[in-house]
Design a protein. Structure first.
Length: 236
């Protein structure tokens, strides 16, 4: 009888929760990623409940839960092949698992580090999933097309400056095309804060500011630099 009562209560709770929310689906900026989530009926700016991010090839890239508009509990993140690359506990603000292969090619600049220091490099929360929207905004795309015109491929060197909390304070990208280089300032303020967060760099268990550098080469499909969703990343 107790089990039946518990099941009934869970059913009523889930039904009530479903009645309080509305499901939404939207494209993540500057990417081919589709987000599926629910928002409160009373305030459709507040996410509530399960969240899933899916790539254009239908691979799940992120799964987790929102509570009153904030990420809560353990979230799982996957690469484009569907391999689990990271888990993060948003309730405890703790990185619980990170696959080192997902950080291949990243470079780090930390001032004042000594050879005998205990160093922990910063980790992008969300892994490669959350890196993607920061790579190629429409404003940057338009500026590059205007400055360089038709091109076959391009190399992007992104430099993220982080404070001791792991927050991005500055984002610059050096674009290299046909032997020419140009530096652009990137504004990531339109992106969700959770998409630009890092677990901070640590030296002797103390968080410090640092820089993270990533290099990507993009092949163009039609001579002009396309949006990220229509480009092919050849390497990181």
């Amino acid at each position: 009888m107790k089990k039946v009562l518990t099941a009934c209560l869970l059913f009523v709770s889930s039904l009530t929760f479903a009645q309080q929310t509305v499901q939404r689906s939207a494209k993540l900026p500057n990417s081919d990623i589709t987000e599926t989530f629910s928002v409160l009926r009373s305030d459709k700016k507040i996410k509530q409940g399960e969240y899933t991010a899916t790539a254009g090839n239908n691979t799940t890239l992120a799964q987790g839960t929102y509570l009153n508009g904030e990420r809560a509990g353990i979230w799982s993140f996957y690469n484009i092949s569907g391999k689990l690359i990271q888990t993060y506990n948003y309730t405890d603000n703790q990185l619980t698992f990170a696959d080192s292969t997902d950080t291949k090619g990243l470079q780090y600049v930390m001032a004042g580090v000594k050879t005998d220091d205990d160093v922990t490099v910063p980790v992008k929360i969300g892994g490669s999933y959350s890196f993607r929207p920061t790579f190629l905004s429409k404003v940057l795309t338009q500026a590059i097309n205007k400055d360089f015109g038709p091109v076959a491929n391009a190399t992007f060197i992104h430099t993220f400056s982080l404070n001791s909390k792991g927050e991005v304070t500055n984002h610059q990208v050096k674009v290299c095309i046909n032997g020419q280089n140009k530096l652009y300032q990137v504004d990531d303020s339109e992106l969700d804060h959770d998409l630009t967060r890092f677990a901070p760099a640590m030296v002797n268990n103390n968080p410090i500011p640092c820089k993270v550098i990533t290099t990507n080469t993009v092949a163009m499909s039609n001579g002009n630099l396309p949006d990220y969703a229509n480009s092919t990343y050849l390497g990181q």
